[in-house]
Ligand binder design. Sequence first.
Ligand code: UD1
Length: 338
Amino acid sequence: MRKNIIVTGGAGYIGSHTVVELAAQGYTPIIIDNFCNSEKAVIKRIEAITGEKTQVFEGNCTDKQFMTDVFAHTNPVGVIHFAAYKAVGESVNKPLDYYYNNVVSLLVLLEVMKETHCNQLVFSSSCTVYGTPEKLPVTEQSPTQKAISPYGNTKQIAEDIIKDQVVAHSGLSAVALRYFNPIGAHPSSLIGELPLGIPSNLVPFVTQTAAGWRKELTIFGNNYNTPDGTNIRDYIHVVDLAKAHVKTLEYLNGKNNFYDYINVGTGKGTSVLEVVNTFEKVSGQKLNYKIGARRAGDVEQIYASVDKSKDVLNWKTALTVEDALRDAWNWQKTLPKP
Ligand code: UD1
């Protein structure tokens, strides 16, 4: 029997790719989304990839009655909770929106899960919980640090809430996946990242510059203590990341009152300049860029230890930064210039 899995934020960037992988692995993904940062057309594109109809419920995860109705109607065995605001800079200007949306949605979700005996949860967390790490690669034993943005703080608070609820909701098992930097798009070019307005993340800014939507990329600082002076991150292909969620559901199977957190990255650090150079190579495009000042809040370098994800999830990445940049470019080329 196929298992129903609720995917909140399932029309979003990581959510849509995860819906595709769930369907490929024999689950029935059910999307909850309020389309505040995604397009309804994404659903048809997901269906074109999976060859299946996808159930979609439009509404807010903060709306208890709505959530209760969806759970009663679909009887899910588990939830992958992506729905959240995610712009770091915006969160500084709108902290209450971020705390309300990201925290209240989780509270409502956990209440409804308890009331309906839905016992498996995969939560979208972020490597931002590690702040500036003392040692690299970052293992799950590395201490978390006080978040520098309200967005980052919502991820830390959410992890604590889930950990506490696992004690109180008998049967609940949950994992927080701490993502490093997701990039790329589905190789079909039917789904990908759709940032609204001027992107703050590197790769959409790179592809939009190459496509002529932006004049030039600014590299935020080249005087860091790294081999080429630019920041180092762990860029993971969104399809690999999506697959990690399916593996996490398998990991949760049969566990009760269980909470864990796992890094999801490639284990390899790549500098901003390496991203730019690799993009030029795979796309054949010359990228217009300049070196600018450091961006406030940027961590010099961070990349994941992937030992735990290999051990407990039996998962590792299969795709490279080259694959991700090629797929991001192919996706970009399908988008009409705004
Ligand atoms: C940021 C957030 C992280 C969040 C992630 C996904 C911070 C400190 N971290 O990660 O919590 O989960 O986004 O949304 O904000 N860069 C440029 N020029 C640009 C854009 C970026 O040089 O125009 C550089 C940055 O300085 C950084 C790298 O590219 O070194 C990656 O930046 P970005 O894609 O914004 O991700 P993070 O800042 O790593």
